[in-house]
Every structure is written in structure tokens, then in C-alpha cells.
Write a protein that binds this ligand. Structure first.
Ligand code: GUN
Length: 290
């Protein structure tokens, strides 16, 4: 088993991004600027946004958090999005999801100018991705692709099974793994909550991408020897022995499954850190494309 070390790979990519920003600066260019809009007090969202901002600081990228109360109206949030769309100093921005129930996430996502949509969630960017045109790839799928490349994992002709069909992870990664490119050229099976005999399908996977949100769902009897596993799940479970008060669980029972896998991502330290560097790379791209 070889560990797909997202933490180490992300650190290497951060050095590359930092060098690129230094080059931009020394050529008299503008420092890329990422804005993260955070609505309310969702603990996980605060942690994610803080991690994104810390990563910006580390690579010398300008970053701003816009914090809005969870009582903000949809109209007020759309006004903020419009301001950021028009702000010439802002190269890219994200609105951290989930949003409070009274706000329509789709409406907000669609209001973001596609050239600043560094999350790659806007329908026009998803459409470009589907057509294999240059665009911002959603951060988690982009992170998985970068891990595949950096570890030289063979994908050509492989059976890739994806669990979960979310528009942020499952659907885009299923599309990307089937593209006529590297990484890609897989035969892809996209499974979800209505799939019958899931274990029969996962047992045939050469590459298994799990984005389900059910802690330790994947057990050894559900995979074949030599499988490559990407575990996207991160669930917080209360644990008094931890300083944070919780422990993070992936969707894969790592300790039980690891010896059957040829490559596997841990949780934490696998796909998560790669997601953050993908956002940095998209913001750099947004700044350079201006
Ligand atoms: N919530 C969970 N993941 C993400 C992400 O990648 N971007 C945004 N904006 N919200 C999220």
C-alpha cells in the first residue's frame, strides 16, 4: 500500500504557487486576491474558510473574508455578490456552502460572474468542463486529478467507480475520469443512494472515489486487491479525548481496508488539503487571465 499523501503534495504545490506569485510581483503584476464569503456560524464552514485564508497567506496571495450574519436576506447576499463581481481588485471569490435555508444556493451560485467563479460551480463553468474547454475545475475533483498525476497513477482503460452524485464532487469527478485525456479514459460507474447491489459494483473498481458522507462505510469485503482509493468523506464525530472535541472520519474504514489497496488517501491529510490548493490554483488562473 502506498499512501496518497495530500498534505505533502499540497505543500509542494503551495511552494510552486508561491513562486509563481513572487514572479508576478517581481514583474510588477497585481497580487491575486481571493475573497471568501461566509454566512452564519456553521463550525465546519468556519474551519474550511479559515484554512483557505491561511493557505492564501502562506503563498503570498491577498485574501479577504466577508462575514455575514445568518439573518442576511437573499437580496442582501446577491447585492454583495454583485459588488464582488464588479470589484476590479477581486480576482476570484467563493460563497461558502451550505447557506441558511432561506437563501437559494442555486440563485447565489448563478449570480457569481463565471470569470471570478474559482469554485467552478457556475453552470457555464460546469458546461465548459463537460465539453473539455479551459475553465475552473471544482476544487475537490481538481485535487483528486492532481494527486493522480503527481503519483503517476494509471487511469487509461480502468474501471472507476464513484459513490455519490453531488454537483460539487461525484458528478464532476465522474465526468472528468471519463474524459479522453490523462487523468481520464476510465470506464466510469456513477453510483448513488438508489444503486442496487453497491458492493458488487465497488468490488469491480480499479479506482474507487467515495464521496458519500457516511463514516467508515467502505469495508474490506467491498473492494478488490490493488484498488486505488480516494476518500472524500469528512465527518466530525464527538471525541472528548481530542483537543478540538471531535475526531474526523472518512467514508472508508482506512485501517481495515488499507492493506488491500495499492494507493489510498488518509482522512485527514488526503483529499482535503488538495482541495485547498486547487482553489489557490484557480485564483491564480483567474488573476492571470484578466
Ligand atoms: N462547502 C463544502 N465544500 C465547498 C467548496 O468547495 N466550496 C464552497 N463554496 N463551499 C463548500
Amino acid at each position: 500500500m502506498q499512501l496518497l499523501d495530500g498534505k505533502k503534495t499540497a505543500a509542494e504545490i503551495k511552494i510552486e504557487v508561491a513562486e509563481e506569485i513572487k514572479r508576478l510581483k517581481s514583474n510588477g503584476g497585481k497580487i491575486p486576491h481571493l475573497v471568501a464569503v461566509l454566512v452564519g456560524n456553521n463550525g465546519a464552514s468556519i474551519t474550511y474558510v479559515d484554512a483557505k485564508i491561511a493557505a492564501c497567506k502562506l503563498v503570498g496571495m491577498k485574501s479577504t473574508i466577508v462575514r455575514l450574519n445568518d439573518t442576511v436576506t437573499e437580496k442582501e447576499l446577491l447585492k454583495k455578490v454583485d459588488e464582488l463581481n464588479k470589484d476590479k481588485d477581486v480576482d476570484g471569490f467563493i460563497v461558502q456552502l451550505p447557506l441558511p435555508k432561506h437563501i437559494n444556493e442555486k440563485k447565489v451560485t448563478e449570480a457569481i460572474r463565471p470569470t471570478k467563479d474559482v469554485d467552478g460551480f457556475h453552470p457555464s463553468n460546469i458546461g465548459k468542463m463537460m465539453l473539455n474547454l479551459p475553465t475552473f475545475l471544482p476544487a475537490t475533483p481538481f485535487g483528486i486529478l492532481q494527486l493522480i498525476e503527481r503519483y503517476n497513477i494509471e487511469t487509461n482503460g480502468k474501471h472507476c467507480v464513484v459513490i455519490g452524485r453531488s454537483s460539487i464532487v461525484g458528478s464532476p469527478i465522474a465526468n472528468l475520469m471519463s474524459r479522453n485525456s490523462y487523468p481520464g479514459n476510465c470506464t466510469v460507474t456513477l453510483t448513488h443512494s438508489r444503486t442496487v447491489n453497491l458492493a458488487e459494483i465497488t468490488k469491480t473498481a480499479d479506482i474507487l472515489i467515495v464521496a458519500l458522507g457516511k463514516p467508515h462505510f467502505i469495508k474490506p469485503e467491498m473492494v478488490k486487491d490493488g484498488v486505488v482509493i480516494f476518500d472524500v468523506g469528512i465527518t466530525r464525530i464527538a471525541d472528548k479525548s481530542k483537543k478540538s472535541g471531535y475526531k474526523l472520519y472518512g467514508d472508508v474504514d482506512f485501517e481495515a481496508v488499507k492493506d488491500k489497496a495499492s494507493f489510498i488517501t488518509p482522512v485527514p491529510g488526503g483529499v482535503g488539503p488538495m482541495t485547498i490548493v486547487s482553489l489557490l490554483k484557480n485564483t491564480l488562473l483567474a488573476a492571470k487571465d484578466k
